[in-house]
Design a protein around this ligand. Structure first.
Ligand code: HEC
Length: 230
């Protein structure tokens, strides 16, 4: 009888202990707390961390998931002790749109509000954690439609099924993609984005996982809170 009890107890422990260590404890440690709002006195700007996600995000993220973008792209800048990624050109530091406040490694709070965090599994294409800084919407549309029209070396597949090629009726649409050379749809034709393409590009433009962190030791009294590393 006792051996049966022991057996059942051991069986329960076999499942309970890994569940505790692999699910409960990491969840408690990594889950994002409520957003914290704070003001950077030097810049006179108010920030919130986690920054939250705008509306376009959800629909665009669903397209990102369905198209399998995460099989080639990551959204995670590793900590500096695993590689000097925060300083890698193009990972957010350099951009054509505006410069991020500060490029840093990605933290769990940066995914707050996302139903699923698309960390990705391998980097066949560049990391997109700060992808929203690098291009504008028009560039994304042309790149998604015909990656090799903007980068000759590109191995990214074309996502032209997210676009419609149609006859120009009356005036050319303001949304028509500026395509040239072999990608030109031809005289009298234009290529316009579908709703899904618009949502996807809207999502790409929001990818800025660099919200400034609250000053370290936030329960310390006001003063020049010693933010770690500059
Ligand atoms: C088969 C792998 C693959 C898939 C799938 C893929 N990409 Fe790419 N992607 C690449 C490669 C390689 C590059 C770099 C060359 C280039 O810019 O075209 C790239 C570049 C990019 C860039 C430019 C990044 C930069 O820093 O300039 C963006 C944005 C992008 N991809 C978005 C997407 C989106 C959105 C999807 C899903 C609809 C997607 N990719 C699917 C391989 C892929």
């Amino acid at each position: 009888m006792t051996s049966l009890r022991q057996f059942v107890l051991c069986l329960a422990a076999t499942f309970f202990v890994p569940w505790l260590c692999l699910v409960v404890i990491p969840h408690a440690e990594m889950k994002a707390g409520p957003a914290e709002t704070w003001t950077d006195e030097d810049l006179g700007k108010t920030y919130s961390y986690p920054a939250g996600t705008p509306n376009i995000f959800r629909r665009g993220q669903a397209v990102y998931a369905a198209e399998g973008c995460a099989s080639c792209h990551t959204q995670m800048i590793r900590p500096t002790y695993l590689g000097f990624e925060s300083w890698r050109p193009g990972f957010g530091k350099e951009g054509t749109i505006e410069k991020p406040v500060r490029t840093r490694e990605t933290l769990p709070g940066d995914y707050a509000g996302e139903r699923f965090a698309y960390l990705g599994v391998q980097r066949i294409g560049p990391d997109l954690a700060n992808g929203g800084y690098r291009h504008d919407e028009a560039w994304h549309h042309v790149h998604l439609y015909a990656p090799r029209s903007v980068r000759k070396f590109s191995t990214m597949p074309s996502f032209r099924h997210l676009y419609i090629k149609r006859k120009v009726r009356g005036q050319r649409s303001a949304e028509a993609l500026p395509l040239h050379g072999e990608f030109d749809p031809g005289e009298g034709y234009e290529v316009v984005p579908t709703e899904a393409a618009r949502a996807l590009v809207g999502y790409l433009m929001t990818l800025k996982k660099d919200a400034p962190l609250p000053p370290a030791g936030d329960d310390a009294p006001e003063g020049d809170g010693d933010a770690e590393e500059g």
